[in-house]
Design a binder for this molecule. Sequence first.
Ligand SMILES: C[S@@+](CC[C@H](N)C(=O)[O-])C[C@H]1O[C@@H](n2cnc3c(N)ncnc32)[C@H](O)[C@@H]1O
Ligand code: SF4
Length: 380
Amino acid sequence: MSGFGIYVHWPFCAAKCPYCDFNSHVRQQIDESGWIDAIVRELEWTAAQQGTERPIVETVFFGGGTPSLMQGASVGRTLDTIARLWRTANVVEVTLESNPASADATRFADYRAAGVNRLSLGVQALNDKDLKMLGRLHNVAEAKAALALAMRNFGRVSLDLIYARPEQTLADWRAELNEALAFGTDHLSLYQLTIEPATPFATLYKTGALKIPDEDRAAELFELTQEMTAAAGRPAYEISNHARPGSEARHNLLYWRYGSYAGVGPGAHGRLDLRGKRVATQTERLPERWRDAVARNGHGLIEQSDVPRADAAREHLLMNLRLAEGLDLAAYRARWGTMPDAQRMQSLIDDGLLTRDGDRLSATPRGRLLLNSVIAALAD
Ligand SMILES: C[S@@+](CC[C@H](N)C(=O)[O-])C[C@H]1O[C@@H](n2cnc3c(N)ncnc32)[C@H](O)[C@@H]1O
Ligand code: SF4
């Protein structure tokens, strides 16, 4: 098994970025301690569900939205609640996502004192024109100052960049990625810009006002990213995630290795191993509806269902193949009593999309880029 982690969703942002379809909401004012009360209640409910099967917590992840809008005391109350309800590993990885526009020295020190030991910073771009185009509230100088502050306060820092932006050339991205790598963080999340339905970017894209690199150019940008990060000692360990070996995000690895995790807060997903079953959970997305449901029922779940074995096996395959380390076929067979079809596997190997080394099956970088069709070809 691959451990247990807890995901806490903080759904508020100072402004909504036009490309983003995360469960994030802008509110003039919030009663922060009331929201934390609800998170505490939902944690208590989750722990009660697990009963005597309560696993050891190895990772906690504050994601959003913008968790760096939370006060240190709120993060502290959440972590204290987790420590009260679960046994915890000797070293728990506690990550908090931060927006440079809300990075603050006192707050970072408070997070560290509360137990956060890893910070993930949404830098997105290293030129002011593109930051503006992305609707960000910070400029490059502010992003760099936030990064320096993060690196002074936390042993582990990751930065997010979005590439394959409108008009971005290979030379532009090479220069920007070089600069990002030179900051020296052990971890980088490098996402290709995706046009998400029902976002302002989707509207602009449909009318032709926003153009993004075509598939071939995007593939070139992806390959350049693989080469440069590998040469800088932070190769891809997942489609969009790069780290020095040993500095991978343990929480995210837990998803991709198909471990179990609880999700609390509005719109959070979970995958729990309960009474021999794989259980999928999902909570209300709208923050106020979630909070009212927690007040009524002790939880904001809109779904808690057993995942049929065949679906779980497929999810496991999909998650593992996102990783450079791939899938352990023997462990997979032991868990699910089934194997991917040998002929289909071989034909994807022949096409250069998968590789196999003994019991290890992994996607090539090109296969990872086309993962959905690889999985469809393998599992359907
Ligand atoms: C929850 S945000 C990170 C923290 C904070 N909210 C921020 O934006 O600074 C998660 C990350 O997802 C990425 N992201 C969101 N929407 C995206 C899109 N449409 N295409 C590519 N990356 C996206 C961004 O890099 C962002 O930093
Ligand atoms: S990218 Fe981050 S700051 Fe922007 S809307 Fe999404 S979650 Fe909020």
